[in-house]
Design a protein around this ligand. Structure first.
Ligand code: SF4
Length: 177
């Protein structure tokens, strides 16, 4: 059976790309879903040119339009990350992806409920990572989920079903073109 192409935050596959030099390997994704899915890994922070290890970043400001800033030195990477994301999305558009699994809580990759820090340093959990937000704006119909939400059986089943529907649609279009 043809494997279904799914984009994924690279650290979930065990790649050592996190700010601290580690990874976030997810057994269920790699061992179970990996039987059906062909992964297209993306690490926005390394892709954008930041080193491993690197200073941690966080979202600050307006949760609807947050900025991506390094925690200690306060360097603002928002514009650079957005510019990189636009280029990366052009190449991903050619990949025939049927979905994307994002690393939860990440200021670059998190899909939902990412902490956004206000002026007083008090975080709300209403943000979306800069790359994840750009991805969803570019592909609004693509099935997407955060890795931690996939531990919920209902959300997981719903995501997988949407991925298979998306794949069937792609195969039909391919066969009729
Ligand atoms: S969460 Fe995203 S930016 Fe952070 S290490 Fe994983 S893939 Fe890279």
């Amino acid at each position: 059976m043809e494997k279904i192409k799914i984009g994924i935050s690279a650290c979930l596959l065990g790649e050592n790309v996190r700010y601290d030099g580690g990874h976030q390997w997810d057994r269920y994704l790699t061992r179970t879903l990996g039987r059906y899915f062909e992964w297209v890994p993306v690490c926005p922070e390394v892709g954008y040119g930041l080193p491993v290890p690197r200073e941690a970043m966080r979202l600050v400001g307006d949760p609807a339009a947050p900025r991506l800033v390094t925690v200690r030195s306060g360097i603002d990477h928002t514009a650079g990350m957005k510019a990189w994301a636009e280029k990366k999305l052009l190449s991903l558009a050619k990949e025939s992806l049927c979905g994307f699994i994002f690393k939860s809580k990440s200021p670059s990759s998190g899909m939902t409920a990412v902490k956004v820090y206000g002026d007083e340093g008090v975080p709300s959990r209403r943000g979306t990572g800069i790359f994840a937000g750009a991805f969803m704006a570019r592909f609004p119909l693509m099935p997407v989920e955060d890795d931690d939400r996939l531990h919920d059986p209902v959300l997981r089943e719903n995501f997988i079903e949407r991925v298979f529907v998306s794949h069937r649609r792609q195969v039909m279009m391919r066969n009729h073109s």
